[in-house]
Design a protein around this ligand. Structure first.
Ligand code: GLN
Length: 271
């Protein structure tokens, strides 16, 4: 079948944008390139893959898992069911962290706790190659994906399998994390609940378990000057600020809103 015929076929099954994105990805083309080769014949093996992937989309699998990658901050990250799909809000966390790093000139070492696909830590390394970045996750499967992403992106970083600080020694200038923060009983999108790893989503009864875990030992892992950057759930500002204030009375604490005007990032710094 031709590209055009396959698009028409796909549009009967899923949203036309998704059908086009799927086919474009399988043909290693972008959306515009796809439109310039509508009459080309598609190889049978690609057609088979396309049909299979359309079925996955029809079965309500997220597009990013079906395609197998996602664009984050201009970089392509491989993703599968073992890692959270990086979100726009997390791009904003990175964006704001980079702005803080412009002010914190001596910052050298960074640790990304609960790295998942590596989107945060690897993007920081790409943007500021002089940083020494450590990526940590409890899940070996997630670390495997993060490692593949580090290789593809040519971003040399260190990996440690660890439940937050458990296997981590030493101090860091920058501690960054988008930990699991959904609280028990919080309604979440069905697509997220059914497909993304629970390990990366749920943060205990009030969603704050991982902030508590990180902050409890934070004194042992920061230097005199430091930047701490957390993504948070939109109702967690006060609680996370309070935890940080108690542990680090000298820190300046700032919560920033995302583009949808929700409190989504807390920064604590001393430099
Ligand atoms: N932002 C994600 C969601 O809303 C949750 C991510 C997390 O818990 N760190 O699905």
């Amino acid at each position: 079948m031709t590209v055009e015929e396959l698009i028409v076929y796909g549009k009967q099954k899923v949203h036309s944008t998704h059908a086009k994105m799927l086919l474009a990805d399988l043909l290693n083309k972008n959306a515009i390139e796809l439109m310039t080769c509508l009459n080309e014949e598609v190889k049978p093996e690609i057609e088979t893959k396309y049909r299979e992937k359309l079925q996955s989309l029809q079965a309500q699998k997220p597009l990013q898992y079906v395609i197998g990658n996602v664009n984050f901050y201009g970089y392509t990250f491989k993703v599968d069911e073992n890692v959270l799909i990086p979100r726009f809000e997390t791009e904003e966390l990175v964006e704001n962290t980079l702005k803080f790093l412009d002010l914190f000139e001596n910052a050298k070492t960074v640790i990304d706790l609960g790295c998942g696909s590596g989107a945060i830590g690897l993007t920081l390394k790409k943007k500021k190659p002089d940083l020494e970045v450590t990526l940590v996750d409890i899940s070996p499967e997630a670390l495997q994906i993060a490692q593949e992403n580090a290789t593809t992106l040519e971003a040399p970083v260190t990996f440690v399998q660890s439940d937050m600080w458990n296997q981590i020694e030493g101090t860091f200038d920058v501690i960054i994390s988008n930990p699991p923060y959904i609280k028990e009983g919080e309604p979440i999108d069905e697509m997220v609940r059914k497909n993304e790893p629970a390990l990366a989503l749920y943060g205990g009864p009030d969603g704050l378990d991982f902030y508590r875990k990180i902050i409890k030992e934070i004194k042992n892992h920061i230097k005199d000057s430091y930047l701490i950057a957390f993504e948070i759930g939109e109702s967690q500002k006060e609680a996370v600020e309070q935890l940080l204030k108690e542990a680090l009375p000298e820190a300046h604490i700032i919560t920033k809103k995302d583009l949808q005007n929700r409190d989504r990032m807390v920064f604590a710094y001393h430099f």
